[in-house]
Design a protein around this ligand. Sequence first.
Ligand code: F6R
Length: 366
Amino acid sequence: ELGPYAHFMQKEIHEQPRALTDTLEAIIDDNAFSPALFGAEAATVFNEVDSILILAAGTSYYAGLTAKYWLEGIAQLPTSVEIASEYRYRKSVPNPRQLIITISQSGETLDTMEALKHAKSLGQHLTLAICNVQESAIPRASRLVLYTRAGAEIGVASTKAFTTQLVALFTLAATFAKQRGLLSQQEEQAYIDELRHLPGSVQYALNLEPQIREWAKAFSNKYHALFLGRGMHYPIALEGALKLKEISYIHAEAYPAGELKHGPLALVDKNMPVVVIAPNDALLEKVKSNMQEVSARGGELFVFADADSNFTASEGVHVIRTPRHVGVLSPILHTIPVQLLAYHAALLKGTDVDKPRNLAKSVTVE
Ligand code: F6R
C-alpha cells in the first residue's frame, strides 16, 4: 500500500500533483470558473453574499488564512477567518448576507461542526463546506459543498488535503470575481492556465526532496525553529511551523517577517534555524531586509527562493531554489518544501511520523 514510500505522510506529500489534478478536473475540463461547481443553488446564494467568514481548525484554518488574500484581492469580498473553537464561544455580530465557509478535511471535526451550528443559530444560513470526505457531517449540514479530491489521507499530519483546499479556495475566489464582474475573460483564461500548470510545478518542488533532506540535519538536533513569510506566504510559514511541531516535536513558531523587529528578533541566535519563504513577489526586497536583521544577530537562514530571483547562498545563508514564481498560486507551491522539511526532520529524530503522540486524525471531541 505504501509502494516506494516509508510512511503515509511521505506518500501523501508525493500524491499532491495527482490530488491537485483530480480536484481541478472539472474546471480544467470546462475551461471556466462556474458557480455550479459548488452546488445547484450556488449561483443564487453567491448573489446574496456581501462578505465571508471562514471557520476551521488547525491546518484547515491556515488554508482559510491564505484564502483571505484571494477573496479580498481578486473578488473584493471582505473576509474574516476565525478559529472555529473561538468563534462559537464569543458574541459576534451576525450578518445574514455573510457566507459562512467551513473548511475540514475529515468533515467531522467537532469544533468546526459546532461553529457551523452556532452560525446557523444566529440566522446565518448561507453556508459552504470545503471538505475531503464525501457525505461527512459538515457538508451534510451545509447548503453548498465543494469536495476536494485528495483521496484518503491516512497520515495524521494534513498534507495533500491542505494543498487541495487551497486550489478549491482559489477557485472560489475566481468564481466570485467572475460573478461580480471583476474578472475579464482574458484573466479567467490566465488563471485557468496557471492552475493547469500547477501540478507540474508541484512535481518540480517534490524533486527537491534530496536537498531538503540534507537541510533537515540542521533542524533535527535543535530545540526551536522560526518560520518567516510575508503576505499570502505568512500562512504557509504558519503551516510549516505546525508541521514541524506536530511530527518532529521541535518547537517552531511562525511570524510575518515584518514583525521580527517587534519582539521575536530577541530569540535569534545560532541555535535557532530560521526558515524563510521568499517567493519572487512584490515583497521580496522587504523579506531580504528582514533576513539581514537575522544574519546580523548570528542567525542561520534556510531560504526557499524562486528560481527566477537572484538569491545567492553565503555564510550562514542556505538557499534552495523552488520553481520560478507562479504568481498568485505561489503559496500552494511553497507548501511542498516545508512539508518535506518537517517530514525529514522527524525521520532523523525517529518519531512516529504517521501517528504523532497525543494526536488523532479526526478530532471529534472538544
Ligand atoms: C495538522 C492537522 C490538524 C487538522 C485539524 C482540522 O496537520 O492535521 O491541524 O488540520 O485537526 O482537521 P479537519 O481539516 O479534518 O477539520
